[in-house]
Write a protein that binds this ligand. Structure first.
Ligand SMILES: Nc1ncnc2c1ncn2[C@@H]1O[C@H](COP(=O)(O)OP(=O)(O)OP(=O)(O)O)[C@@H](O)[C@H]1O
Ligand SMILES: [Mg+2]
Length: 236
């Protein structure tokens, strides 16, 4: 079953002469567990796509279904809860809370969710797996870029979300740390059957994903499955 479906999605920013058509008639279906690279030149609409899928912004036209629910039909409150439980975000600038230590940054999405029990055992397991356990009482400013990004990944994984949205998660990292971070995302997606949509400018990284969606000028120009049918186009 598809965990994510975009049907005829358009996104227009601004009014009249200032209008920017950031996305035009986007149709994408994503299966559970797919690891997808989103590629395209600067300004082609990649971040806009991720923001719409994550419910951080709304499409001008069209529908987005996450796990069968149309996110545009949810109230603000429902959307906040739905997002927290189903979607994990990883951004290029890590976006950690500077006043919280590593442990509390990772636990944040769970502590926000009042209806949810905080599973300290799982948080510790994640920290160990990501090589952050020793650093759990440190603050973000006391960590390297790679360590900060690993904290951001742990935070995105803590609710075991169905979908992880990563906008150039390795954009600020050196090549060794990049390989490490991608490996972590990949192993988590395999383990929990999580779907990952990752924007990247790195051709090498895009090649190792299951599928590559190339966006230019707000449109999908190629959508290729790289694993199952090497070289074959995906029919959406
Ligand atoms: N909030 C906004 N208001 C107006 N225009 C916007 C806004 N956000 C993005 N745009 C425009 O929409 C288009 C797509 O932007 P988007 O940020 O999605 O591109 P991108 O593919 O992520 O680029 P990059 O690789 O540089 O991050 C661009 O022309 C951009 O200027
Ligand atoms: Mg962007």
């Amino acid at each position: 079953m598809s965990v994510l479906k975009l049907c005829h999605v358009d996104k227009v920013y601004g009014e009249r002469e200032n209008q920017v058509k950031a996305l035009r008639d986007i149709n994408i279906q994503v299966k559970e567990g797919e690891f997808i690279a989103i590629v395209g030149t600067s300004g082609s609409g990649k971040s806009t796509l991720l923001n719409l899928v994550g419910g951080l912004d709304t499409p001008t036209n069209g529908k987005i279904l996450v796990k069968g629910r149309e996110i545009g039909s949810l109230t603000r409150k429902e959307l906040t809860i739905f997002r927290r439980r189903n979607i994990g975000f990883v951004f290029q600038n890590y976006s950690l809370m500077p006043v919280l230590n590593v442990y509390d940054n990772v636990a944040l999405p769970v502590t926000f969710d009042k209806g949810k029990h905080v599973n300290h055992g799982y948080i510790e397991e994640l920290l160990k797996e990501l090589g952050l356990f020793e650093q759990r009482f440190r603050y973000p400013t006391e960590l390297s870029g790679g360590q900060q990004q690993r904290v951001a990944i742990a935070r995105a994984l803590v609710n075991k979300p169905a979908i992880i949205l990563a906008d150039e998660p390795t954009g600020n990292l050196d090549s060794v740390t990049t390989v490490e971070v991608i490996g972590l995302l990949k192993s988590s997606s395999r383990r929990y059957n999580q779907t990952i949509l990752m924007v990247t400018h790195n051709e090498g990284i895009a090649q190792i994903c299951d599928r590559m969606i190339h966006i230019e000028d707000g449109r999908v120009c190629t959508d290729r499955c790289q694993f199952l049918q090497k070289g074959g186009d995906v029919l959406c």
